[in-house]
Design a protein around this ligand. Sequence first.
Ligand code: 2P0
Length: 320
Amino acid sequence: MTAATARAHPNIALVKYWGKRDRALNLPAVPSLSLTLDRFRTRTTVVWGVEADSVELDGALAPAPAAARVLAFLELVDPRRPPCRVISESNFPVAAGLASSSSAFAALALAASAAAGHDTEPTALSLLARRGSGSACRSLWGGFVEWPLGERSDGADCHARPLAPPDHWDVAMVVAIASGAPKPVGSRDAMEHARRTSPYYATWVQTAADDFAGARAAVLARDLQHLGEVMEASTHKMHATLHTARPPVLYQVPATIACLHEVRALRQRGTGAWATMDAGPNVKVLCHRSDAAEVAAGLSPHVAHIEVLRPGGDPALEPR
Ligand code: 2P0
């Protein structure tokens, strides 16, 4: 029996991953770029070689579909694995829409690989984590991370890589939690639904490379206005594929729209703030750290809860 415990932070896409060219291998249709957050993290222990498989999430036995997904992931680590015990806990609400699957599968990839005595080099782990959840491949590094498409049909070159470290840029992500209600449709099903039924999906794919290149250059140049404009274009195009799917998927609630208007009003008053949304109603606002308190104050009348986060670091194994 061997055991390992790993911690990883979630990441928020500034240019979105949305749609797959290969569903079995989780190969994206578009390149994406993200910011890894501080403070929030998933902590996962894997015990390799016990009597029977078990999966515990946030203090309770995992529901069957979640347990099956975790155990199927362990088969990727080693198809001849022994029974394993997995214990995972996140210090942030899943309902916060903070990409919990990104930190979950990054932490699981690191803990399981270490427990199995395998390679824990980050690129190998990024390839592995991608199979669990696409966005997880970006949580193998802190700071700004890019996930280019790769070229190979087997996905062997489809992994994320670091673009700039956490201290590259003094930015903040202000998260406005517009609703804690369960999502009407999960992101995995929603992106496939948009791919199959939205007439705008092809345009989404065609224009993604330019957004990726623009955001990449803006991060390296620390050009917040350019990055913010590209980020907003990416999120609204992603949601346009949902609004034009059949039937449409609408994640926004009234508080979401109020936050988007507030962000625009902040900009009109001279504060550099730009919004992004994922597969849920919550709004995440990118700004300079020095403006984060003002942005949070502007958003607070519209929502019940606000979190201010900064760029976070790499995943890590806990010392034994
Ligand atoms: C992202 N999202 O880039 C995008 C933007 C949500 C909206 O990656 O099917 O849970 O496991 O690969 O990673 C959420 O999708 O999907 C996601 P799978 P995942 O962060």
